[in-house]
Design a protein around this ligand. Sequence first.
Ligand code: CUA
Length: 184
Amino acid sequence: MHIDPLEKKWVLISLGMVSLFISIIMVDALLHGVNAPSNVETIDSRKIHLSEEFAEDNLGVHIEENGDITVRMVAGRYAFFPKQIVLPAETKVTFRWVSMDVLHGVHMPMTNMSTMIVPGYVAQVESSFPRPGEYPILCNEYCGLGHDHMWSKAFVIDKEEWDASIAEQNTTSDTTADEESNNE
Ligand code: CUA
């Protein structure tokens, strides 16, 4: 088969460009910890409020027994619930997202916190925030007329400030427990 040398050159150039783009994507994904979709866990979207994990009073930031931080949030037209969360900086945070209605996307600009929230599935993403500050939590999948108003906020505070507030909470709950036992 005869291929014109000029045509050959352009075939090689276009193959080179494709491999360049793929390597840029791969390097960027590895360096910035891009999260691949993790929709392996299923959940009944119509009964989220009845599930133990995503019941209203179990949403938000939780410190697990081993000290890990888990954030559980529900996406629904048109907000992420709870509307505000507070997190420590420089700490690994595991986010677990579910949708109560349609397909949403969640994105926190300047972080790797970005995933689709498909109804019927739990989307789990790990992230951490090097710098304290206010981070918007935005929806980035068109989900209806209120899509562009769909956002919540995360306040990332200094790790020391966080540790101090946790210690304070523990002492207050200890004293309340003591008072309760005294009253008995
Ligand atoms: Cu939710 Cu767009």
